[in-house]
Design a binder for this molecule. Structure first.
Ligand code: AGP
Length: 610
């Protein structure tokens, strides 16, 4: 998973490529590089480290030319190093390639090329592509790339240049995202739209097996088999400013604060004006189909998986349909029992997560209908699913997902209510109460955000600990898992989330004097049981912070060291509030430890490799 950009036009390409890469750093940032046609031919500059390192290198010694490609890397094959950075080239240095994805059969291809005399300098799969294209070249770069990709297995979005044909930039998409930007007298490629949005709002979104040949004057589209194709231009009408930090110190903090808006936007137009029902008109599924659903599989990764855990409770309680949750990377390999009456719901902020996409395809192959909950219109998941609920959270840049997660929760509430309307599985009064509760959420989140300074203090005292625990029951356990992941990924503090009643079956042995335990206590029906578990950890010296629902916080306060009350809401809606203090705790803990909040080590925003 990496980011690629490319430019062909009349302007100086270096600045355009670097700006594009800045927007793509969320996809990986362990090294970066560019290749540009200069007066000396095809020149490459690349280096290990953040883009800033490359920028420094180029400051004194720029690459001047109006055609180029660029790359920001998240290492898969070969450690982060100068030599493993992209762009890669062949032995003649006449070809240059940037690549996002993985070539699964690269070792076979490499052996074959070595036998023909090719000499490799890096450990990457991408270097094989540049050698392969060079090997296939007989005077036409487009045909050489077509022949090369036919021999490759795996996932790839490519940008290819050759010194022999400096007036053409070739781009290919196969299972990794790629868009083509259409300008006037100039054209662009990018792993996503923000990378090129500064220059054009007209884009072609390539499908798998499609490629584009860019010149200054135009874009030719074709399949990798060489068949010409035509596509409609997608006009982007959203604003780049929405992808900037808007005065916040970090994207994560900005995105946490954008949640009230994300909730409102995701609900907009989906709830009847009289507040009596939810109708997701964008769904293609008929009422007859809904009545035929016998089970639901919710499949996703990471934070999106955690949203799915809440989704299970929502669908089971509102529609009374049994739900199974799966981590996408496991789904295909466990031979899931998928029947035509199984609805598979895939959840993905980016819509490009390789494991989730593979699960979607597996489900469809086995005859299931797939509903996607995604934040990116036009993403692979959105395009391949049978039905889509878009979460209108806006671009999420921070690696740690916040507003996408809570918008996914809103999508599940809406979908649960949509099912309940068709199935008649809920009393009208319960539906109206839930809708009222949904409408109240944005303001309630705002009131939590106002208390950020309190959470900052708690986070600062927590940040010195080596390890901590999150506990909860029911949906509180689902939220505990998300809180734990959030803390781990940006503060690097070890933490574990446990079903509160499960601790005593082993993990309790880890509780000793001073160990912080964050306990979620938002479920009225379960709070006495959770209090017993709190007492168990307190008795072993734990320092307990409770996140409790207003209403019984006074009772809970008696048994804990610190308490943070969230506004009163319905039990099923509490995850949409309870997670917010956990997001802030993680943010401030990371800050206190001096970490790079938006770009945590070893991670990338969009994981497009399996
Ligand atoms: C969230 O904080 C994580 N960075 C990560 O778990 C993420 O949710 C996961 O990779 C799934 O991404 P997706 O929603 O884009 O599919």
């Amino acid at each position: 998973m990496c980011g690629i950009v490319g430019y062909i036009g009349n302007r100086d390409s270096q600045g355009i490529l670097l700006e594009g890469l800045k927007k793509l750093e969320y996809r990986g940032y362990d090294s970066a590089g560019i290749a540009v046609f200069t007066s000396n031919g095809l020149e490459i500059k690349k280096s290990k480290g953040r883009l800033a390192v490359l920028e420094d290198k180029l400051k004194d010694d720029p690459l001047e030319g109006s055609v180029g490609i660029g790359h920001t890397r998240w290492a898969t094959h070969g450690k982060p190093s100068d030599v493993n950075s992209h762009p890669h080239t062949d032995n003649s240095s006449k070809f240059s390639v940037v690549h996002n994805g993985i070539v699964e059969n690269y070792l076979d291809l490499k052996d074959e090329l070595i036998a023909k005399g090719h000499v490799f300098v890096s450990e990457t799969d991408t270097e094989v592509i540049s050698h392969l294209v060079a090997d296939e070249y007989d005077g036409n770069i487009v045909e050489a790339v077509q022949r090369a990709v036919k021999r490759m297995r795996g996932a790839f979005a490519l940008g290819v240049l050759t010194e022999y044909e400096p007036e053409r930039l070739v781009a290919v998409r196969f299972a990794s995202p790629l868009v083509i930007g259409v300008g006037e007298g100039e054209n662009f490629i990018g792993s996503d739209i923000p990378a090129i949005l500064e220059h054009t709002r007209n884009v072609y979104i390539l499908n798998d097996g499609e490629m584009a040949v860019l010149t200054r004057g135009g874009v030719e589209l074709m399949t990798t088999d060489g068949e010409n194709i035509s596509k409609e231009i997608f006009h982007v009408d959203w604003d780049l400013v929405t992808a900037e930090k808007a005065g916040f110190d970090h994207f994560m903090l900005k995105e946490i604060h954008e949640q009230p808006k994300a909730y409102r936007d995701t609900m907009l137009g989906r709830i009847a004006d009289d507040g009596k029902s939810v109708n997701l008109k964008e769904l293609n599924m008929s009422d007859e189909y809904i009545r035929s659903i016998r089970k639901v599989h919710i499949v996703a990764c990471g934070t999106a998986y955690h949203a799915g855990l809440v989704g299970k409770s929502v669908i089971e309680s509102l529609a009374r349909i049994p739900v199974e949750n799966d981590v996408a990377s496991e789904y295909r390999y466990r031979s899931p029992i998928i029947t035509p009456d199984t609805l598979v719901i895939v959840v993905s902020q980016s819509g490009e997560t390789a494991d989730t996409l593979a699960a979607l395809r597996e489900a469809q192959k086995n005859g299931a209908r797939v509903l996607a909950i995604t934040n990116v219109v036009g993403s692979s998941v959105a395009r391949e699913a049978n039905d889509v609920i878009t979460t209108w959270a806006g671009p999420e840049i921070a690696v740690a997902s916040t507003k996408a997660y809570t918008s996914q929760l809103i999508a599940f509430y809406l979908f649960g209510l949509h099912l309940a309307r068709v199935l008649g599985s809920q009393e009208q009064s319960a539906v109206e109460e839930l809708i009222e509760g949904l409408h109240a959420l944005p303001e309630q989140v705002e009131s939590i955000l106002e208390q950020a300074p309190v959470l900052k203090q708690v986070a600062e005292s927590m940040a010195h600990h080596k390890s901590l625990f999150f506990i909860g029951r029911g949906v509180d356990y689902a939220v505990a898992q998300e809180g734990s992941l959030k803390l781990k990924e940006i503060s690097y503090i070890h933490s574990e989330a446990y079903a509160a009643g499960e601790l005593k079956h082993g993990t309790l042995a880890l509780i000793e004097e001073g160990v912080p335990v964050i306990s979620l206590v938002t479920q009225e029906a379960l709070y006495e049981k959770t209090l017993s578990n709190i007492k168990e950890v307190k008795a072993r010296g734990a320092h307990v912070l409770a996140i409790a629902n207003s209403g019984f916080e006074t009772e809970v306060a008696k048994s804990v060291d610190e308490i943070f009350a969230i506004p009163k809401t319905l039990p099923i809606l509490s995850p949409a509030l309870a997670v917010v203090p956990l997001q802030l705790l993680s943010y401030y803990a990371s800050l206190a430890l001096g970490h790079d909040v938006d770009k945590p080590r070893n991670l990338a925003k969009s994981v497009t490799v399996e």
